[in-house]
Design a protein around this ligand. Structure first.
Ligand code: ATP
Ligand code: MG
Length: 491
Protein backbone atom coordinates (compact mmCIF):
# COMPACT_ATOMS: atom_id res chain seq x y z
CA UNK A 1 0.00 0.00 0.00
CA UNK A 2 2.73 2.45 1.08
CA UNK A 3 4.69 1.68 -2.06
CA UNK A 4 1.61 2.30 -4.17
CA UNK A 5 0.98 5.59 -2.34
CA UNK A 6 4.57 6.78 -2.84
CA UNK A 7 4.46 5.67 -6.47
CA UNK A 8 1.30 7.68 -6.89
CA UNK A 9 2.85 10.77 -5.26
CA UNK A 10 5.82 10.44 -7.57
CA UNK A 11 3.49 9.93 -10.50
CA UNK A 12 4.97 6.51 -11.29
CA UNK A 13 2.88 4.07 -13.14
CA UNK A 14 2.48 0.84 -11.30
CA UNK A 15 2.47 -2.42 -13.21
CA UNK A 16 0.41 -4.10 -10.49
CA UNK A 17 -2.33 -1.47 -10.57
CA UNK A 18 -5.77 -2.64 -11.63
CA UNK A 19 -5.74 -3.29 -15.35
CA UNK A 20 -7.87 -0.96 -17.34
CA UNK A 21 -11.42 -1.96 -16.63
CA UNK A 22 -12.44 -0.74 -20.02
CA UNK A 23 -15.28 1.53 -20.88
CA UNK A 24 -18.85 0.29 -20.84
CA UNK A 25 -20.36 0.23 -24.33
CA UNK A 26 -23.98 -0.69 -24.84
CA UNK A 27 -24.68 -2.11 -28.27
CA UNK A 28 -28.29 -2.25 -29.35
CA UNK A 29 -29.92 -5.26 -30.99
CA UNK A 30 -30.32 -3.36 -34.26
CA UNK A 31 -26.52 -2.93 -34.39
CA UNK A 32 -25.23 -6.34 -33.28
CA UNK A 33 -27.96 -8.32 -35.04
CA UNK A 34 -28.06 -11.36 -32.73
CA UNK A 35 -30.84 -13.70 -33.81
CA UNK A 36 -33.05 -14.24 -30.72
CA UNK A 37 -34.11 -17.58 -32.22
CA UNK A 38 -30.64 -18.93 -31.46
CA UNK A 39 -30.98 -18.10 -27.76
CA UNK A 40 -31.87 -20.99 -25.48
CA UNK A 41 -35.18 -20.33 -23.79
CA UNK A 42 -34.00 -21.86 -20.52
CA UNK A 43 -31.12 -19.40 -20.37
CA UNK A 44 -33.64 -16.62 -20.95
CA UNK A 45 -35.76 -18.08 -18.15
CA UNK A 46 -32.81 -17.98 -15.74
CA UNK A 47 -32.00 -14.37 -16.66
CA UNK A 48 -35.64 -13.40 -16.29
CA UNK A 49 -36.04 -15.02 -12.88
CA UNK A 50 -32.93 -13.25 -11.58
CA UNK A 51 -33.92 -9.88 -13.04
CA UNK A 52 -37.41 -10.14 -11.58
CA UNK A 53 -35.81 -10.47 -8.15
CA UNK A 54 -33.86 -7.29 -8.78
CA UNK A 55 -30.52 -8.82 -9.71
CA UNK A 56 -28.46 -7.98 -12.76
CA UNK A 57 -28.28 -11.00 -15.06
CA UNK A 58 -26.92 -11.59 -18.54
CA UNK A 59 -26.00 -14.35 -20.93
CA UNK A 60 -22.24 -14.18 -21.05
CA UNK A 61 -19.02 -15.51 -22.51
CA UNK A 62 -18.81 -18.02 -25.34
CA UNK A 63 -22.54 -18.00 -25.96
CA UNK A 64 -22.49 -14.27 -26.78
CA UNK A 65 -19.41 -14.77 -28.97
CA UNK A 66 -21.11 -17.56 -30.89
CA UNK A 67 -24.41 -15.69 -31.18
CA UNK A 68 -22.59 -12.71 -32.66
CA UNK A 69 -21.06 -14.99 -35.29
CA UNK A 70 -24.48 -16.46 -36.07
CA UNK A 71 -23.43 -19.80 -34.58
CA UNK A 72 -25.66 -21.82 -32.32
CA UNK A 73 -23.93 -21.92 -28.89
CA UNK A 74 -23.33 -25.38 -27.46
CA UNK A 75 -24.04 -24.14 -23.96
CA UNK A 76 -25.27 -21.03 -22.25
CA UNK A 77 -23.65 -19.36 -19.27
CA UNK A 78 -25.30 -16.68 -17.21
CA UNK A 79 -23.52 -14.05 -15.08
CA UNK A 80 -25.23 -12.20 -12.27
CA UNK A 81 -24.61 -10.07 -9.21
CA UNK A 82 -26.56 -12.55 -7.07
CA UNK A 83 -24.35 -14.76 -4.88
CA UNK A 84 -24.35 -18.54 -5.47
CA UNK A 85 -26.56 -19.00 -2.41
CA UNK A 86 -29.03 -16.40 -3.69
CA UNK A 87 -29.11 -18.03 -7.11
CA UNK A 88 -29.63 -21.47 -5.61
CA UNK A 89 -32.57 -20.24 -3.55
CA UNK A 90 -34.42 -19.09 -6.69
CA UNK A 91 -34.43 -22.41 -8.55
CA UNK A 92 -35.75 -25.78 -7.50
CA UNK A 93 -33.02 -27.84 -9.16
CA UNK A 94 -29.87 -25.82 -8.58
CA UNK A 95 -26.54 -27.00 -7.23
CA UNK A 96 -23.52 -25.04 -6.06
CA UNK A 97 -20.40 -26.67 -7.48
CA UNK A 98 -16.65 -26.06 -7.71
CA UNK A 99 -14.10 -24.91 -5.18
CA UNK A 100 -11.57 -23.00 -7.19
CA UNK A 101 -14.41 -21.23 -8.91
CA UNK A 102 -17.83 -21.63 -7.24
CA UNK A 103 -20.78 -21.54 -9.61
CA UNK A 104 -24.38 -22.73 -9.68
CA UNK A 105 -25.75 -25.33 -12.06
CA UNK A 106 -29.42 -24.74 -12.76
CA UNK A 107 -30.84 -27.95 -14.19
CA UNK A 108 -33.78 -28.27 -16.59
CA UNK A 109 -35.31 -31.51 -17.90
CA UNK A 110 -34.19 -35.05 -17.22
CA UNK A 111 -32.04 -37.80 -18.66
CA UNK A 112 -30.44 -37.25 -22.05
CA UNK A 113 -32.61 -34.22 -22.66
CA UNK A 114 -31.46 -32.44 -19.54
CA UNK A 115 -29.84 -29.06 -19.86
CA UNK A 116 -27.61 -27.23 -17.42
CA UNK A 117 -27.36 -23.46 -17.32
CA UNK A 118 -24.18 -22.41 -15.52
CA UNK A 119 -24.69 -19.32 -13.42
CA UNK A 120 -21.63 -17.50 -12.10
CA UNK A 121 -21.50 -14.52 -9.80
CA UNK A 122 -19.58 -11.46 -11.08
CA UNK A 123 -15.98 -11.85 -9.88
CA UNK A 124 -14.01 -8.96 -8.44
CA UNK A 125 -10.71 -8.04 -10.02
CA UNK A 126 -8.10 -8.77 -7.42
CA UNK A 127 -4.47 -8.02 -7.81
CA UNK A 128 -2.45 -11.19 -7.36
CA UNK A 129 -0.25 -9.19 -4.99
CA UNK A 130 -3.25 -8.64 -2.70
CA UNK A 131 -4.35 -12.27 -2.74
CA UNK A 132 -3.36 -14.80 -0.12
CA UNK A 133 -0.28 -16.63 -1.25
CA UNK A 134 -0.07 -20.34 -0.79
CA UNK A 135 3.07 -22.44 -0.80
CA UNK A 136 2.95 -25.30 -3.29
CA UNK A 137 0.12 -25.76 -5.71
CA UNK A 138 -3.47 -26.91 -6.01
CA UNK A 139 -2.50 -30.49 -5.30
CA UNK A 140 -0.15 -29.92 -2.41
CA UNK A 141 -2.09 -27.21 -0.57
CA UNK A 142 -5.66 -28.46 -0.32
CA UNK A 143 -6.05 -27.98 3.45
CA UNK A 144 -4.37 -24.59 3.39
CA UNK A 145 -6.78 -23.45 0.67
CA UNK A 146 -9.89 -24.40 2.63
CA UNK A 147 -11.92 -21.28 3.38
CA UNK A 148 -9.83 -18.95 1.21
CA UNK A 149 -11.64 -16.80 -1.31
CA UNK A 150 -8.80 -15.57 -3.43
CA UNK A 151 -5.49 -17.37 -3.38
CA UNK A 152 -2.51 -17.63 -5.69
CA UNK A 153 0.62 -19.76 -5.66
CA UNK A 154 4.16 -18.39 -5.73
CA UNK A 155 4.08 -18.00 -9.53
CA UNK A 156 0.84 -15.99 -9.47
CA UNK A 157 -1.39 -18.85 -10.53
CA UNK A 158 -4.92 -18.40 -9.26
CA UNK A 159 -5.98 -21.24 -6.96
CA UNK A 160 -9.16 -19.74 -5.50
CA UNK A 161 -11.29 -17.15 -7.24
CA UNK A 162 -14.41 -16.51 -5.20
CA UNK A 163 -14.55 -12.80 -4.41
CA UNK A 164 -17.64 -11.11 -5.83
CA UNK A 165 -17.49 -7.69 -7.49
CA UNK A 166 -18.99 -5.34 -10.06
CA UNK A 167 -19.59 -6.20 -13.70
CA UNK A 168 -16.68 -4.17 -15.07
CA UNK A 169 -14.26 -6.10 -12.87
CA UNK A 170 -15.87 -9.37 -13.89
CA UNK A 171 -15.31 -8.44 -17.53
CA UNK A 172 -11.63 -7.61 -16.93
CA UNK A 173 -10.87 -11.03 -15.53
CA UNK A 174 -12.35 -12.99 -18.41
CA UNK A 175 -9.92 -14.35 -20.96
CA UNK A 176 -10.47 -13.05 -24.51
CA UNK A 177 -12.21 -9.84 -25.53
CA UNK A 178 -14.72 -11.78 -27.65
CA UNK A 179 -15.52 -13.94 -24.59
CA UNK A 180 -16.17 -10.96 -22.31
CA UNK A 181 -19.47 -9.58 -23.56
CA UNK A 182 -22.83 -9.65 -21.77
CA UNK A 183 -26.14 -10.09 -23.57
CA UNK A 184 -29.45 -9.14 -22.02
CA UNK A 185 -32.00 -11.26 -23.90
CA UNK A 186 -34.87 -9.18 -22.53
CA UNK A 187 -33.67 -5.78 -23.76
CA UNK A 188 -31.49 -7.17 -26.57
CA UNK A 189 -28.50 -5.06 -25.44
CA UNK A 190 -24.91 -6.30 -25.54
CA UNK A 191 -22.55 -4.80 -22.94
CA UNK A 192 -18.92 -4.69 -24.04
CA UNK A 193 -15.99 -3.32 -21.98
CA UNK A 194 -12.96 -4.49 -23.95
CA UNK A 195 -13.71 -3.95 -27.59
CA UNK A 196 -14.97 -7.48 -28.07
CA UNK A 197 -17.37 -6.34 -30.75
CA UNK A 198 -14.60 -4.63 -32.73
CA UNK A 199 -12.36 -7.67 -32.38
CA UNK A 200 -15.21 -9.88 -33.55
CA UNK A 201 -15.47 -7.71 -36.65
CA UNK A 202 -11.70 -7.64 -37.14
CA UNK A 203 -11.66 -11.41 -36.50
CA UNK A 204 -9.06 -11.21 -33.76
CA UNK A 205 -8.64 -13.45 -30.74
CA UNK A 206 -7.19 -11.00 -28.25
CA UNK A 207 -6.36 -11.62 -24.59
CA UNK A 208 -7.60 -8.98 -22.16
CA UNK A 209 -4.67 -7.38 -20.28
CA UNK A 210 -1.07 -8.57 -20.47
CA UNK A 211 -1.17 -12.01 -22.14
CA UNK A 212 1.94 -13.37 -20.37
CA UNK A 213 0.51 -12.43 -16.96
CA UNK A 214 -2.87 -13.89 -17.86
CA UNK A 215 -1.30 -17.22 -18.92
CA UNK A 216 0.60 -17.29 -15.63
CA UNK A 217 -2.56 -16.66 -13.60
CA UNK A 218 -4.22 -19.59 -15.27
CA UNK A 219 -2.14 -21.63 -17.72
CA UNK A 220 -5.25 -23.39 -19.04
CA UNK A 221 -5.83 -20.18 -21.00
CA UNK A 222 -2.96 -21.36 -23.23
CA UNK A 223 -5.02 -24.37 -24.28
CA UNK A 224 -8.15 -22.24 -24.57
CA UNK A 225 -6.31 -19.93 -26.99
CA UNK A 226 -5.53 -22.93 -29.21
CA UNK A 227 -9.10 -24.18 -29.01
CA UNK A 228 -10.75 -20.90 -29.93
CA UNK A 229 -8.20 -20.25 -32.67
CA UNK A 230 -9.07 -23.66 -34.13
CA UNK A 231 -12.79 -23.22 -33.70
CA UNK A 232 -12.84 -19.77 -35.29
CA UNK A 233 -10.17 -20.43 -37.89
CA UNK A 234 -12.62 -21.20 -40.67
CA UNK A 235 -14.40 -17.92 -39.96
CA UNK A 236 -11.09 -16.20 -40.68
CA UNK A 237 -10.01 -15.50 -37.08
CA UNK A 238 -6.35 -15.11 -36.15
CA UNK A 239 -4.70 -14.92 -32.76
CA UNK A 240 -3.65 -11.32 -32.24
CA UNK A 241 0.20 -11.22 -32.30
CA UNK A 242 0.66 -9.97 -28.70
CA UNK A 243 -1.66 -12.75 -27.52
CA UNK A 244 0.18 -15.38 -29.57
CA UNK A 245 3.72 -14.32 -28.68
CA UNK A 246 4.07 -15.71 -25.13
CA UNK A 247 2.07 -18.87 -25.83
CA UNK A 248 4.91 -21.23 -26.61
CA UNK A 249 7.16 -20.01 -23.81
CA UNK A 250 4.30 -20.39 -21.33
CA UNK A 251 3.62 -24.07 -21.98
CA UNK A 252 5.89 -25.11 -19.08
CA UNK A 253 3.42 -23.46 -16.68
CA UNK A 254 0.97 -26.25 -17.39
CA UNK A 255 3.12 -28.67 -15.39
CA UNK A 256 1.49 -27.51 -12.15
CA UNK A 257 -2.09 -27.69 -13.36
CA UNK A 258 -4.00 -30.69 -11.95
CA UNK A 259 -4.01 -33.59 -14.41
CA UNK A 260 -7.78 -33.84 -14.33
CA UNK A 261 -8.19 -30.25 -15.50
CA UNK A 262 -5.68 -30.79 -18.30
CA UNK A 263 -7.44 -33.97 -19.31
CA UNK A 264 -10.77 -32.16 -19.52
CA UNK A 265 -9.21 -29.36 -21.59
CA UNK A 266 -7.64 -31.93 -23.90
CA UNK A 267 -11.06 -33.48 -24.43
CA UNK A 268 -12.50 -30.06 -25.23
CA UNK A 269 -9.79 -29.67 -27.88
CA UNK A 270 -10.62 -33.05 -29.35
CA UNK A 271 -14.35 -33.36 -28.88
CA UNK A 272 -15.94 -30.03 -29.64
CA UNK A 273 -15.88 -30.47 -33.39
CA UNK A 274 -12.44 -29.01 -34.15
CA UNK A 275 -10.00 -31.79 -33.32
CA UNK A 276 -8.06 -31.73 -36.59
CA UNK A 277 -8.03 -27.92 -36.67
CA UNK A 278 -6.78 -27.82 -33.06
CA UNK A 279 -3.92 -30.16 -33.87
CA UNK A 280 -3.10 -27.98 -36.85
CA UNK A 281 -3.02 -24.93 -34.56
CA UNK A 282 -0.80 -26.71 -32.03
CA UNK A 283 1.69 -27.43 -34.79
CA UNK A 284 1.52 -23.93 -36.24
CA UNK A 285 2.08 -22.38 -32.82
CA UNK A 286 5.06 -24.64 -32.10
CA UNK A 287 3.21 -26.44 -29.30
CA UNK A 288 2.95 -29.90 -30.83
CA UNK A 289 4.23 -31.40 -27.60
CA UNK A 290 4.47 -30.56 -23.93
CA UNK A 291 0.87 -29.67 -23.08
CA UNK A 292 -0.27 -33.04 -21.84
CA UNK A 293 1.30 -36.48 -22.48
CA UNK A 294 -1.80 -38.04 -24.00
CA UNK A 295 -2.28 -35.04 -26.27
CA UNK A 296 1.33 -35.44 -27.44
CA UNK A 297 0.42 -38.96 -28.52
CA UNK A 298 -2.63 -37.73 -30.44
CA UNK A 299 -0.55 -35.13 -32.27
CA UNK A 300 2.16 -37.69 -33.08
CA UNK A 301 -0.42 -40.06 -34.52
CA UNK A 302 -2.65 -37.65 -36.39
CA UNK A 303 -1.09 -38.74 -39.68
CA UNK A 304 -1.87 -42.41 -39.13
CA UNK A 305 -4.90 -43.44 -41.17
CA UNK A 306 -6.72 -44.87 -38.19
CA UNK A 307 -6.30 -41.96 -35.77
CA UNK A 308 -6.95 -39.46 -38.53
CA UNK A 309 -10.16 -41.24 -39.46
CA UNK A 310 -11.24 -41.33 -35.80
CA UNK A 311 -10.63 -37.59 -35.33
CA UNK A 312 -12.32 -36.74 -38.60
CA UNK A 313 -15.31 -38.88 -37.72
CA UNK A 314 -15.54 -37.21 -34.31
CA UNK A 315 -15.46 -33.73 -35.86
CA UNK A 316 -18.17 -34.74 -38.30
CA UNK A 317 -20.39 -36.17 -35.60
CA UNK A 318 -20.09 -33.09 -33.39
CA UNK A 319 -20.82 -30.93 -36.42
CA UNK A 320 -24.00 -32.92 -36.99
CA UNK A 321 -25.01 -32.55 -33.34
CA UNK A 322 -24.45 -36.24 -32.59
CA UNK A 323 -22.97 -37.42 -29.31
CA UNK A 324 -19.35 -38.51 -29.05
CA UNK A 325 -17.62 -40.56 -26.42
CA UNK A 326 -14.13 -39.86 -25.08
CA UNK A 327 -13.64 -43.59 -24.47
CA UNK A 328 -14.09 -44.24 -28.18
CA UNK A 329 -11.63 -41.60 -29.28
CA UNK A 330 -8.99 -42.57 -26.74
CA UNK A 331 -9.44 -46.24 -27.59
CA UNK A 332 -8.66 -45.28 -31.20
CA UNK A 333 -5.64 -43.20 -30.27
CA UNK A 334 -4.08 -45.95 -28.15
CA UNK A 335 -5.10 -48.90 -30.29
CA UNK A 336 -1.74 -49.26 -32.02
CA UNK A 337 -0.08 -49.69 -28.60
CA UNK A 338 -2.60 -52.33 -27.60
CA UNK A 339 -2.19 -54.12 -30.89
CA UNK A 340 1.58 -54.17 -30.72
CA UNK A 341 1.59 -55.42 -27.14
CA UNK A 342 -0.98 -58.02 -28.05
CA UNK A 343 0.94 -59.33 -31.04
CA UNK A 344 4.14 -59.62 -28.98
CA UNK A 345 2.39 -61.51 -26.22
CA UNK A 346 0.48 -63.85 -28.46
CA UNK A 347 3.66 -65.70 -29.27
CA UNK A 348 3.74 -66.98 -25.69
CA UNK A 349 0.18 -66.56 -24.40
CA UNK A 350 -3.31 -67.53 -25.54
CA UNK A 351 -4.94 -64.65 -27.42
CA UNK A 352 -7.42 -63.43 -24.83
CA UNK A 353 -5.10 -63.17 -21.78
CA UNK A 354 -2.50 -61.71 -24.12
CA UNK A 355 -4.91 -58.97 -25.06
CA UNK A 356 -5.86 -58.31 -21.44
CA UNK A 357 -2.22 -57.98 -20.42
CA UNK A 358 -1.49 -55.70 -23.36
CA UNK A 359 -4.38 -53.46 -22.31
CA UNK A 360 -3.17 -53.34 -18.70
CA UNK A 361 0.22 -52.24 -19.91
CA UNK A 362 -1.24 -49.48 -22.07
CA UNK A 363 -3.30 -48.16 -19.16
CA UNK A 364 -0.20 -48.12 -16.96
CA UNK A 365 2.06 -46.44 -19.46
CA UNK A 366 -0.26 -44.05 -21.25
CA UNK A 367 -3.26 -43.17 -19.15
CA UNK A 368 -1.81 -42.67 -15.66
CA UNK A 369 -4.20 -40.72 -13.46
CA UNK A 370 -7.01 -40.99 -15.92
CA UNK A 371 -7.39 -44.72 -15.41
CA UNK A 372 -9.09 -43.73 -12.15
CA UNK A 373 -11.99 -42.41 -14.18
CA UNK A 374 -13.85 -45.69 -13.74
CA UNK A 375 -16.30 -45.67 -16.61
CA UNK A 376 -13.98 -44.17 -19.18
CA UNK A 377 -11.32 -46.84 -18.63
CA UNK A 378 -13.87 -49.63 -18.41
CA UNK A 379 -15.45 -48.59 -21.70
CA UNK A 380 -12.09 -48.40 -23.48
CA UNK A 381 -11.27 -51.86 -22.19
CA UNK A 382 -14.60 -53.23 -23.45
CA UNK A 383 -14.11 -51.75 -26.90
CA UNK A 384 -10.69 -53.35 -27.20
CA UNK A 385 -11.60 -56.70 -25.65
CA UNK A 386 -14.54 -57.09 -28.00
CA UNK A 387 -12.42 -56.77 -31.15
CA UNK A 388 -11.30 -60.43 -31.38
CA UNK A 389 -14.87 -61.52 -30.66
CA UNK A 390 -15.98 -60.01 -33.98
CA UNK A 391 -13.83 -62.62 -35.70
CA UNK A 392 -15.89 -65.48 -34.27
CA UNK A 393 -19.15 -65.81 -36.11
CA UNK A 394 -20.12 -69.30 -34.94
CA UNK A 395 -22.36 -70.74 -32.21
CA UNK A 396 -23.76 -68.37 -29.65
CA UNK A 397 -20.88 -65.88 -30.00
CA UNK A 398 -22.62 -63.35 -32.27
CA UNK A 399 -25.82 -63.45 -30.20
CA UNK A 400 -24.11 -62.59 -26.94
CA UNK A 401 -21.81 -60.05 -28.55
CA UNK A 402 -24.61 -58.10 -30.20
CA UNK A 403 -26.37 -57.79 -26.84
CA UNK A 404 -23.31 -56.39 -25.09
CA UNK A 405 -23.94 -52.86 -23.75
CA UNK A 406 -20.85 -51.62 -25.55
CA UNK A 407 -21.57 -53.43 -28.81
CA UNK A 408 -22.29 -50.26 -30.71
CA UNK A 409 -19.08 -48.54 -29.74
CA UNK A 410 -17.04 -51.70 -30.34
CA UNK A 411 -18.70 -52.15 -33.72
CA UNK A 412 -17.97 -48.57 -34.73
CA UNK A 413 -14.39 -49.15 -33.72
CA UNK A 414 -14.22 -52.28 -35.85
CA UNK A 415 -15.82 -50.43 -38.75
CA UNK A 416 -13.10 -47.82 -38.51
CA UNK A 417 -10.49 -50.58 -38.53
CA UNK A 418 -12.13 -51.96 -41.66
CA UNK A 419 -12.08 -48.53 -43.26
CA UNK A 420 -8.30 -48.39 -42.96
CA UNK A 421 -7.88 -51.97 -44.14
CA UNK A 422 -7.07 -53.53 -40.80
CA UNK A 423 -9.93 -56.02 -40.92
CA UNK A 424 -12.00 -57.28 -43.81
CA UNK A 425 -14.69 -54.87 -44.81
CA UNK A 426 -17.03 -57.79 -45.46
CA UNK A 427 -16.75 -58.65 -41.78
CA UNK A 428 -17.91 -55.15 -40.82
CA UNK A 429 -20.78 -55.40 -43.31
CA UNK A 430 -21.78 -58.79 -41.94
CA UNK A 431 -21.95 -57.39 -38.39
CA UNK A 432 -23.91 -54.40 -39.50
CA UNK A 433 -26.46 -56.73 -41.12
CA UNK A 434 -26.49 -59.00 -38.10
CA UNK A 435 -27.02 -56.18 -35.63
CA UNK A 436 -29.98 -54.82 -37.58
CA UNK A 437 -31.60 -58.16 -38.47
CA UNK A 438 -34.39 -60.09 -36.76
CA UNK A 439 -33.73 -63.50 -35.22
CA UNK A 440 -34.53 -65.51 -38.34
CA UNK A 441 -32.30 -63.38 -40.51
CA UNK A 442 -29.56 -63.64 -37.92
CA UNK A 443 -29.74 -67.47 -38.11
CA UNK A 444 -29.42 -67.20 -41.89
CA UNK A 445 -26.41 -64.97 -41.59
CA UNK A 446 -24.69 -67.45 -39.29
CA UNK A 447 -25.54 -70.31 -41.66
CA UNK A 448 -24.10 -68.30 -44.49
CA UNK A 449 -20.78 -68.01 -42.65
CA UNK A 450 -20.74 -71.75 -42.03
CA UNK A 451 -21.24 -72.49 -45.69
CA UNK A 452 -18.44 -70.17 -46.75
CA UNK A 453 -14.81 -71.23 -46.75
CA UNK A 454 -13.76 -72.34 -43.25
CA UNK A 455 -11.27 -69.55 -42.79
CA UNK A 456 -14.03 -67.02 -43.34
CA UNK A 457 -15.59 -67.86 -40.02
CA UNK A 458 -12.42 -67.15 -38.11
CA UNK A 459 -10.34 -64.72 -40.05
CA UNK A 460 -7.00 -63.68 -38.73
CA UNK A 461 -7.07 -60.42 -36.82
CA UNK A 462 -4.87 -57.70 -38.10
CA UNK A 463 -4.66 -59.18 -41.60
CA UNK A 464 -7.00 -57.65 -44.07
CA UNK A 465 -7.70 -59.40 -47.34
CA UNK A 466 -7.79 -56.20 -49.29
CA UNK A 467 -5.41 -53.33 -49.60
CA UNK A 468 -5.98 -50.44 -47.19
CA UNK A 469 -8.03 -47.68 -48.65
CA UNK A 470 -6.75 -44.16 -48.56
CA UNK A 471 -8.58 -41.67 -46.43
CA UNK A 472 -12.09 -40.89 -47.50
CA UNK A 473 -14.36 -38.05 -46.54
CA UNK A 474 -15.42 -38.53 -42.93
CA UNK A 475 -19.06 -38.82 -43.81
CA UNK A 476 -18.32 -42.09 -45.47
CA UNK A 477 -15.31 -43.08 -43.46
CA UNK A 478 -17.11 -44.89 -40.71
CA UNK A 479 -20.33 -45.61 -42.50
CA UNK A 480 -21.81 -46.00 -39.09
CA UNK A 481 -23.97 -43.86 -36.91
CA UNK A 482 -23.46 -45.82 -33.80
CA UNK A 483 -20.58 -44.31 -31.88
CA UNK A 484 -21.91 -44.67 -28.41
CA UNK A 485 -22.75 -41.62 -26.36
CA UNK A 486 -23.05 -41.22 -22.70
CA UNK A 487 -19.63 -41.40 -21.08
CA UNK A 488 -18.72 -37.77 -20.79
CA UNK A 489 -15.71 -37.91 -18.56
CA UNK A 490 -16.77 -35.32 -16.00
CA UNK A 491 -17.19 -38.16 -13.56
P1 ATP B 1 -17.30 -22.86 -25.24
O1 ATP B 1 -17.95 -22.51 -26.51
O2 ATP B 1 -16.26 -23.88 -25.40
O3 ATP B 1 -18.25 -23.17 -24.11
P2 ATP B 1 -16.72 -20.57 -23.64
O4 ATP B 1 -16.02 -19.31 -23.99
O5 ATP B 1 -18.16 -20.47 -23.30
O6 ATP B 1 -16.50 -21.55 -24.84
P3 ATP B 1 -16.44 -21.71 -21.08
O7 ATP B 1 -15.37 -22.63 -20.56
O8 ATP B 1 -17.83 -22.21 -21.16
O9 ATP B 1 -15.94 -21.24 -22.49
O10 ATP B 1 -16.36 -20.39 -20.20
C1 ATP B 1 -17.36 -19.37 -20.22
C2 ATP B 1 -16.70 -18.02 -20.10
O11 ATP B 1 -16.01 -17.91 -18.86
C3 ATP B 1 -15.65 -17.71 -21.15
O12 ATP B 1 -16.23 -17.22 -22.32
C4 ATP B 1 -14.80 -16.67 -20.45
O13 ATP B 1 -15.42 -15.40 -20.45
C5 ATP B 1 -14.80 -17.18 -19.02
N1 ATP B 1 -13.68 -18.09 -18.77
C6 ATP B 1 -13.70 -19.45 -18.80
N2 ATP B 1 -12.51 -19.96 -18.49
C7 ATP B 1 -11.71 -18.91 -18.23
C8 ATP B 1 -10.36 -18.78 -17.84
N3 ATP B 1 -9.61 -19.87 -17.66
N4 ATP B 1 -9.87 -17.52 -17.66
C9 ATP B 1 -10.65 -16.44 -17.83
N5 ATP B 1 -11.92 -16.49 -18.21
C10 ATP B 1 -12.46 -17.71 -18.41
MG1 MG C 1 -19.44 -21.99 -22.61
Amino acid sequence: MIKKFIDKLLGRSDATDKPTLGKRHVIAASVHGIDPQLVDERAVQVVKTLQERGYAAYIVGGAVRDLLMGLSPKDFDVATDATPEEVKSLFRRAFIIGRRFRIVHVVFGRGREHEVIEVSTFRAYLDSADAQQVKGNERSSKSELAGMKHAVDASGRVLRDNVWGPQDEDAARRDFTINAMYYDPLTGDVIDYHGGMKDAQKKLLRMIGDPAVRYREDPVRIIRAVRFAAKLNNLGFKIEPRTAKPLKASVGLLADVPQSRLFDEMLKLLQTGHALASIEQLKTLGMASGIYPLLDVVVERVESDFVHAALQDTDRRVGEGKPVAPSFLLACVLWSDVREGWNERRIKQPPFPALQDAIDEVFDSRIGDVSGRGKLGADMRDIWLMQPRFEKRVGSGPWTLVDHVRFRAAFDFMRLRADVGEVDELLADWWQEFSLANDAAREDLIQQVKSEKPNNAQSVPGKARRAPRRRKPASKASGSEMQTPGDKTQE
